[in-house]
Design a protein around this ligand. Sequence first.
Ligand SMILES: Cc1cc2nc3c(=O)[nH]c(=O)nc-3n(C[C@H](O)[C@H](O)[C@H](O)COP(=O)(O)O)c2cc1C
Length: 192
Amino acid sequence: VALPPPRILAFAGSLRKASLNRRLLRYAIDGARAAGGQVEELPPESLQLPLYNGDLEGNGSYPPDVETWRAKIREADGLLIASPEYNHGVSGVLKNAIDWASRPPSVFGGKVAASFGTTPGLFGTARSQMSLRLTLTPLGVWVVPKTVLVPNGAQAFDEAGHLTNPKLVDELAAVGRILVRALQAGLGRLEA
Ligand SMILES: Cc1cc2nc3c(=O)[nH]c(=O)nc-3n(C[C@H](O)[C@H](O)[C@H](O)COP(=O)(O)O)c2cc1C
């Protein structure tokens, strides 16, 4: 029997309209779809959540926007994450969204994730990718080793918002493809 296509949720850890990181998502999404993944890209508002506050929790129930975010993660098999870098770590927006989704019952167990990002500087989010792995791994998320770091992000796109370097386009597509293959290989089901 053929397994259903892996369901993948794609999002960026930036709320701003002109986010450079969100512009990278489409290339990874294309790669995931070409490999047979079923991808949903979340609008930025999905991560516009209240700051985590234990007083907003009541017996495993959460504010409505948080419940919606948690349900999206729960229903997905894989996560494609464009992670900006703020002060050598992940953005507060992304960390806050992860914190909400980690609350009981955590919706992260057995997910497989791939992440990548861009900064205007030379390091292309290298440090935030490390930080994101340190956060996701203890939550039971399998993070694929492949990533793409896009330096000089303010110069990396043309006026229409397309990445100008075809090698980076291919690399981002490879991230999406590897995520789908990891899911098809059953990585997230190893502990089930
Ligand atoms: C509070 C703050 C901290 C930042 N820290 C870093 C940093 O540590 N390293 C870096 O390369 N860029 C840093 N930047 C620049 C971001 O990489 C840049 O604003 C980027 O465009 C944000 O991602 P976005 O375009 O997807 O919103 C920082 C930006 C802000 C606002």
